[in-house]
Structures are given as C-alpha cells and as structure tokens.
Ligand binder design. Structure first.
Ligand code: 13P
Ligand code: SF4
Length: 312
C-alpha cells in the first residue's frame, strides 16, 4: 500500500463500489470498529451475516466468525483481513478428536459455543453464544443429556446457572483465562466502589465474584443502564472503546492480564491481527476468501440456524 493513500477513504470507496459490508467484533482495533457498518457480539454478528443484502462480507474478527457468515450466507463472498486470525477455543477442539469424544455419549445432544470450526458445528445439534447459552440450555427438556463444547469455563457457568449436569469438552480462551487473580484482587482493593463485570469465558473464581456476567454486548448494555459509575471490565480490552464512547463520564478499568500479556490489560492476539491495511487489501483483492465444503456447511447450517431460531 502506498504511503500517501487515505486508507479509510479508500475502504469506504471500495465498499460502495463492491456493495460490501464490514462487520466487526468489539475486540478489534478502535479504528476498524469506527469504520464498520456493524459492530457486535457473536450473536449480533451472525444475525447480521444472515440478513445482509451486500454482495461481499468483510468480517473483521477471527476465522470462525467469517466461516459462520459463509455457513449462513453461502451465496455471498466472505473475506477476512488475515487468515491467521484464529481462536484458541476453536483450536482446542479438533474435529476428529471431538467426533471420538461425542461417540462416547450416544444419548447426549451437543451444544457448541459458536467459537468453534465449521466441522465442529457440523457435529453439533445447537450452536450457542455467550448471550444465549443459558436460554438455549433452559429450552431443553430437564432430562435431556448434554455435551457442551468447546469452552469449559462457559460450560461450567451454564451448568451452575441452569442446575444441569453437562459433559464438558476441556477448551479455554487464552485471553480470558490469562486474567490475573492476584492483580485483580489488588485492583478490587484499590477500587472497592467498582462493580466487577465479566465475560463467561473467564475462570470460575472470577465469575463467582463478578457482579454481572454476560457477552460483550451484554456487558456494554449493562454499563449503559447501571446507575453505577465505576466498573472493572474482565474481558478483552477492545470492548472498552465502545464502552468509553457510550458512557464517557463513567470510570472503566480493564481487568489486568498476567505478565505474559502484550498490554497491561487483556488483548486477543488474533483479533489484533486485523489492521486497516489488511481490511483495505481484503476489499481490493477480495481475499483471503472463506470457503466451507458444502457437506459440512449444510450440517453446520442446521445447528447455527437452530440457535438463530431460538434467539429471535
Ligand atoms: P461475544 O462477543 O459473543 O461475547 O464473544 C466473545 C469472544 O470471545 C469472541 O471471540
Ligand atoms: Fe478466541 Fe479468546 Fe480471542 Fe475470543 S478472545 S477470539 S475466544 S482467543
């Protein structure tokens, strides 16, 4: 890309020219969120991907999100800025190992968190996100046996909230489990008047002490609606951008990551692979494009569509 090019103007020009829509997750860089047509959590983004009339979807998030968009809208061209933007949760469940695991529990149905590959979705009965997991589990008959994959922290949280026993796949998000217990304790002592709000991918002990647990959109809505003025936010720090725009007068403190993290907060290295320049190139060259084999897509479509039906 030439040095003097105005990337934002060019992205907007190409977007119009190609009838493309830019979907972005709250965890991507602020400059990308600011030019997106829609920013949201995983549920909102899949609803947008299913409903869009654009010819091309530029999905600024991680690979499984682009893949889910392709599963829902196979006639659209779906591109993502960086093919290497994966997800530790999705990586934690390889399809062959999961199929063998599932075979051990033939009378269970499979609920999978959307953070998984299309192959896993094809082995799944109902997909869920962090904003509808409780609702989806509660919609099943009480005696229904359930496998929950791939996030064990979300699974444990849902099991505890619904009182259901579930067989859990042992996956985790490297970002949320990296939030430092000790530093968080210290932060809470320094700010006793702050509410702790957390994403359900966090470890159990953080969820147990949290004042509110929800998806990224849920956390954003809570901060807006709450009369409280101060929040410690235990999720990926990208969400603070929209929160700060929405409640400029409230105090928002990112929960601290361990010393291994790239920032003093918690950042997802995959989400941060999205850059303005890569968004521009994706629009210009219409790649890297996401493809899903049709047999996998059809099966994955069923489990994602069931989620969308149950979340209307
Ligand atoms: P939500 O935005 O759906 O809460 O998901 C968080 C996440 O980790 C996405 O990768
Ligand atoms: Fe995956 Fe965690 Fe990054 Fe979300 S924050 S994309 S769950 S690694």
């Amino acid at each position: 890309v030439a040095d003097d090019i105005d990337l934002i103007a060019e992205i907007n020009r190409l977007k119009k020219e190609k009838n493309a829509v830019i979907l972005a997750h709250y965890y991507v860089d602020a400059e990308i969120q600011d030019l997106a047509d829609y920013i949201g959590d995983s549920l909102g983004l899949s609803q947008q991907a299913a409903a869009t009339e654009a010819d091309m979807i530029v999905f600024c998030g991680v690979h499984f999100m682009g893949e889910t968009a392709k599963v829902l809208s196979p006639s659209k061209k779906v591109v993502i800025p960086d093919l290497n933007a994966g997800c530790s949760l999705a990586d934690s469940a390889p399809a062959d190992k999961f199929a063998a695991f599932k075979a051990q529990y033939p009378d269970h149905i499979v609920i999978s968190y959307i953070n998984c590959s299309a192959e896993i979705k094809a082995l799944t009965d109902i997909v869920c996100t962090s904003s509808n997991a409780l609702q989806i589990v509660n919609s099943l008959p009480p005696d229904q046996k359930i496998i929950f994959a791939p996030d064990a922290n979300l699974g444990r949280y849902v099991a505890q909230k619904t009182g259901r026993e579930m067989v859990l796949w042992d996956g985790a998000c490297i970002v949320h489990i990296d939030i430092s217990r000790e530093k968080l304790k210290q932060l809470r002592e320094e700010h006793p008047d702050a509410l702790l709000i957390a994403h359900p991918e966090c470890k159990e002990d953080i969820l147990m002490q949290a004042d509110f647990v929800s998806s990224t959109t849920g956390l954003l809505t809570f901060v807006k609606a709450s009369p409280h003025q101060k929040f410690i936010v235990a999720t990926e720090a990208g969400i603070l951008h929209k929160m700060k725009q929405s409640v400029p007068d409230k105090k928002l403190i990112p929960a601290p990551g361990s010393d291994n993290n790239t920032c003093a907060c918690s950042e997802c290295p995959y989400m941060k692979m999205n850059t303005l320049e890569k968004v521009y190139n994706a629009l210009l060259y219409e790649q890297p494009e996401i493809f899903v084999p049709e047999d996998i897509r059809l099966k994955a479509y069923k489990s994602v569509a069931r989620m969308l039906e149950l979340s209307r």
